[in-house]
Design a protein around this ligand. Structure first.
Ligand SMILES: Cc1ncc(COP(=O)(O)O)c(C=O)c1O
Length: 389
């Protein structure tokens, strides 16, 4: 399904269905489709990508799958009703009782909960290693291991994962390498080109780009996607056509939005690092970043995500956050507007404090998703709020 055109052209054109000469894929708000001989044949052949019933696929989901595949360089894909539906269908669909995963404690909180609270009930175990350290992943591999699970950029500490090194380990041990690429977006990183088997997105974030949908996607090897298709159908976490329409509209401007997110975040990182009320700024554009050289290889264009510690602990971080005027205190990321959260009372609330601290989420930790507003307005808001601390 991948297209030879350049990234921004694919973001606009790949997959878009010009039905009746429409410039955009029209919203096909229909739960079911007329059964024709051709569709019966598609059904008999496995039903994947056959327009039968919108839990399986729809005109709008087909358009988006083709677009994301073109952007990620993937053979095939499936869409989901949320990022967590994408994660859970991947893990529960491809793994069985007795299988083992190697992951990391600083995966997204929902993924951590799935791995530690839900999967063990089905006999699937996870060992937590360090995403920054491929050797720790290799050391955690057992005879039952089937999958290495990583995130391109960890949430919320913004560590950068060496995908090439992980891929080399996965191939040597004949394991699946699954990468959540949500924080980078395919504009900043294309893990399949570095050896990943499957790439997951919470399309709620940069791909959707406007904080108006919840969605997920998995793209990658065609054989794995085919194996997952029936699991999606059985588990039922499929997106509806209108959701897919909004996602397609968001992706069309991905290549225009991402450079602004990234350059704004890089500038804010420099200013925060120089601020006397701030400690430890985490952004891969900073030479002080712990993974600076890995980041130059993995995500040279950067990310709009930034994290830092407000001196004085969680009370100071809360005071800073509540002193912001334009920047919304809200969980989530990747929309055109800047958002802020303290992970200890939001996205990572469910993770035990000792695990949080060991993962680098010390007192005063703040995560920001830098939007595409004017960088001076973003900085005015941040510096005014810091002055209240
Ligand atoms: C890295 C990452 N993966 C997956 C998810 C889950 O996505 P969703 O909220 O769309 O279910 C999130 C949500 O914040 C996330 O940050």
């Amino acid at each position: 399904m991948s297209d030879k055109r350049k990234f921004s052209t694919n973001a606009v054109h790949a997959g878009t269905k010009h039905i009746e000469g429409a410039v955009n894929t029209p919203i096909f708000q229909s739960s079911t489709y007329q059964l024709t001989d051709e569709r019966y044949a598609g059904w008999a052949a496995g039903a994947q990508h056959t327009l039968l019933y919108a839990r399986l696929s729809s005109v709008n989901s087909e358009a988006v799958v083709e677009k994301i595949c073109a952007l990620e360089g993937a053979e095939d894909g499936e869409l989901f009703a949320s990022g967590m539906a994408a994660v859970s269908t991947t893990l529960m669909g491809l793994l069985s009782q007795g299988d083992h995963i190697v992951a990391s404690p600083d995966v997204y909180g929902g993924t951590y909960g799935l791995m530690t609270e839900e999967l063990p009930r089905f006999g699937i175990s996870t060992t937590m290693a360090d995403m920054q350290d491929p050797a720790s992943y290799e050391a955690a591999i057992t005879e039952s291991t089937k999958m290495l699970y990583i995130e391109t950029i960890t949430n919320p500490v913004i560590k950068i994962c060496d995908i090439e090194a992980m891929s080399e380990i996965a191939k040597r041990h004949d394991l699946l390498l699954v990468i959540d690429n949500t924080f980078a977006s395919p504009w900043a990183c294309q893990p399949i080109t570095m050896g990943a088997d499957l790439v997951i997105h919470s399309t709620t974030k940069y791909l959707g780009g406007h904080s108006d949908i919840i969605g997920g996607a998995v793209v990658g090897r065609a054989d794995l996607i085919a194996a997952m298709f029936m699991k999606k159908v059985h588990f039922g976490g499929s997106p509806d056509p209108h959701n897919c329409y909004l996602l397609e509209r968001g992706i069309r401007t991905l290549a225009a939005r991402m450079p602004i997110h990234c350059s704004n975040a890089a500038e804010i990182a420099i200013r925060l690092e120089a601020h006397n009320k701030v400690d430890l700024v985490h952004h891969p554009s900073l030479e002080s970043h712990q993974d600076y050289s890995v980041a130059k290889r993995m995500i040279p264009k950067g990310t709009g995500m930034i994290a830092f510690t407000v001196k004085g602990g969680d009370d100071s971080a809360l005071k800073f956050m509540r002193g912001l005027d334009m920047i919304f205190e809200a969980t989530s990321l990747g929309g055109v507007e800047s958002l802020v959260e303290c992970p200890f009372n939001s996205s990572h609330m469910g993770i035990p404090e000792d695990v949080r601290i060991a993962a680098g989420l010390g007192p005063g930790f703040v995560r920001m998703s830098i939007g595409i507003e004017d960088v001076e307005d973003i900085w005015n808001d941040i510096s005014t709020a810091l002055s209240t601390v």
